[in-house]
Design a protein around this ligand. Structure first.
Ligand SMILES: [Zn+2]
Length: 250
C-alpha cells in the first residue's frame, strides 16, 4: 500500500512538474503528509529508538529546559536510560534528546575504553582522543574557558554518511544538573570539550554543518562508492560494529 502511494506521488510529481503545475512546496507538503500519516498509523512516536535525520524540524528547535521536579520521576529516569541506550546502540560518543525526537535540554556523552581503543586503529578522526566516562547533562549552561580554536573532522549520527572539518574552542566549562537532580560543574579540554560543544549546539537547534568549513564536507565512503560502482546503500539503523563506526560519533 505504501509503495503504491509513494509510486503515485512520484508519478504525480514527475507528470505535474513537467507541466509546471505544481510547485516544490506543494509536493513536499504532500509527501510529508503521507509520511506523517503512515508514521502515526505505525505508532512511531518519540522518544525514538532511531536517530532523527537532518531535515526533521525537531533538530532545529530550541530545546526547552527540564522542570527539575520531573528529574526523579520514573518516566524521566526511563527516558535518560533510553537516551543512553540509543547512544550506545549507534556507537556514538554523545547524543542530545532532540536527536531522538524530544526537544529537551538534555544530552549524554561517553567514550568507552572499547571505543577509544577501536578508534586508535583508525585515522579518520585525526585528533587526540581520550576516554570520557558516561555523563548526563540536564539544563546545561556552557562557558568557553580557552578561545583557542582547533579544527578537526566531525560527524553526526543525524547527518549519516558525511563528515567535515569543524572549528571548536579548546576548553569549556559547563554548569548543569545530573541524573539525580544535583548541580555540578564540568571542565573539559580537547576531545570531550569538542563533543560537548557539538551537543550544546543540538540543544540550540544547530548542526555542525552550520559551523563547518564547507569545502571539507565529504561523503565518508566516497572512495567505496567508486570501488563498488555505486552499489552501496545507506542504513539508518544503529551502526554498531560497522566498519564505518568511527565516522559517526556525536
Ligand atoms: Zn550530532
Amino acid at each position: 500500500m505504501l509503495k503504491v502511494v509513494i509510486q503515485s506521488v512520484f508519478a504525480l510529481k514527475n507528470g505535474l512538474s513537467r507541466r509546471g503545475i505544481v510547485r516544490n512546496y506543494s509536493y513536499d507538503s504532500m509527501v510529508n503528509s503521507i509520511k506523517n500519516y503512515f508514521a502515526l498509523r505505525a505508532g512511531v512516536t518519540p522518544p525514538y529508538n532511531h536517530v532523527c535525520q537532518v531535515g526533521d524540524p525537531v533538530l532545529r528547535l530550541q530545546a526547552e529546559p527540564v522542570d527539575l521536579e520531573t528529574i526523579p520521576t520514573p518516566e524521566f529516569q526511563k527516558f535518560i536510560e533510553h537516551l543512553i541506550a540509543v547512544m550506545r546502540n549507534y556507537d556514538a560518543y554523545g547524543l542530545a534528546a532532540s536527536q531522538i525526537g524530544v526537544p529537551l535540554q538534555v544530552f549524554v556523552i561517553e567514550t568507552s575504553e572499547k571505543n577509544y581503543e577501536e578508534n586508535l586503529k583508525t585515522t579518520s578522526a585525526g585528533q587526540p582522543l581520550e576516554i570520557v566516562p558516561l555523563r548526563v547533562f540536564i539544563n546545561p549552561k556552557m562557558k568557553i574557558i580557552d578561545y583557542k580554536i582547533f579544527t578537526y573532522p566531525e560527524a553526526c549520527v543525524s547527518i549519516c554518511g558525511f563528515a567535515a572539518h569543524v572549528p571548536r574552542a579548546k576548553s569549556i566549562r559547563i554548569d548543569a544538573f545530573d541524573v539525580s537532580g544535583k548541580p555540578f560543574v564540568w571542565n573539559a579540554v580537547g576531545w570531550p570539550a569538542r563533543i560537548a560543544q557539538h551537543e550544546m549546539d543540538h540543544l540550540q537547534g544547530k548542526l555542525y554543518t552550520d559551523k563547518m568549513d564547507p569545502k571539507t564536507l565529504s561523503c565518508v565512503v566516497w572512495d567505496l562508492v567508486n570501488f563498488k560502482e555505486g552499489k552501496l546503500a545507506m542504513d539508518y539503523r544503529p551502526h554498531t560494529r560497522s566498519k564505518f563506526r568511527s565516522f559517526f560519533y556525536t
